[in-house]
Design a protein around this ligand. Structure first.
Ligand code: ATP
Length: 253
């Protein structure tokens, strides 16, 4: 028999329950497994619990019940574990300006790996690799605040890629992008060799990028299926306040 080591999933959320300090239960036992290399969209109406779930992935919030594991490592508040989890889970927030704060693009991208102790040629290689992955290499010496919004979002993605994460988590990646920037970002994301979890209200973007989608509503997973199948189910969408743009017909891209 040929032996092989099965890789743990990039993300394994099991029975996660979370109550905010005011007693509001935002997650009621969420299960979600994302195998390595997959791209999954996390959909759901306002207040469904999407952000609450994302904040569990890198230990900002700790579940009241259940567990979250990233590449086989269970998220905990223990200092070394938390540091490794934060390296493995790259979260790109909706506003790139929350992630860019240094004088140049290259310095912003170098910040995370430099904190991990990388220096010299090794650090430079990380920065080059991450900037090349998002098509921003030629802008490395520019000030982030002189870039367009779409370019700043790409640099924000690069700051996270420079950590060589196990999973890239994107919060509303298509928001505020013009059609060209939206398409360019989709092409970049599709080409990245990483596991991807994308939180979005933009259903066509989910269809463009993710074969699989999960619908969260009122703190529960209410659907987990191929994206085109979900988006073709008008009743399911209506039940969970999800709407396709007028005239959009879900079909393989
Ligand atoms: N700090 C908090 N204290 C108490 N309740 C909270 C807190 N933050 C969020 N909630 C509640 O938890 C639920 C889930 O909120 P969450 O922000 O996770 O939803 P979401 O799916 O990300 O929504 P949106 O699409 O609007 O970003 C909501 O009912 C929200 O009001």
């Amino acid at each position: 028999m040929i032996g092989y080591v099965q890789q743990p999933p990039s993300l394994d959320v099991r029975g996660v329950r979370y109550a905010y300090p005011d007693g509001h239960v935002a997650l009621h036992g969420v299960d979600l497994t994302v195998p390595r290399g997959d791209r999954v969209a996390l959909l759901g109406p306002n207040g469904a619990g999407k952000t609450t779930l994302v904040l569990h992935l890198n230990g900002i919030l700790t579940p009241t019940g259940g567990t979250v594991s990233v590449g086989g490592l269970t998220v905990s508040r223990e200092r070394d574990t938390l540091a490794e989890i934060r390296r493995r889970v790259g979260i790109v927030f909706q506003d790139p300006d929350d992630q860019l704060f240094l004088p140049t693009v290259a310095e912003d991208v170098a910040f995370g790996p430099a904190n991990l102790g990388l220096r010299g040629a090794e650090l430079a290689a990380r920065v080059d690799e991450a900037l090349a992955a998002v098509g921003m290499a030629e802008h490395r010496d520019r000030a982030p605040h002189h870039l367009s919004f779409g370019q700043r979002r790409r640099v924000a993605v690069a700051t996270v890629l420079a950590m060589r994460p196990e999973i890239l988590v994107l919060d509303e990646p298509s928001s505020n992008l013009d059609p060209a920037a939206r398409r360019e970002l989709a092409e970049i994301l599709r080409g990245l060799p990483v596991t991807l979890l994308m939180v979005t209200h933009d259903l066509p973007y989910a269809a463009e990028l993710c074969d699989r989608s999960v619908i969260l509503d009122a703190g529960r997973v209410v659907a987990d299926a191929p994206t085109l199948e979900l988006l073709s189910d008008e009743r399911l969408l209506a039940e969970h306040r999800l709407e396709l743009p007028y005239g959009f017909v879900p079909r393989p891209s």
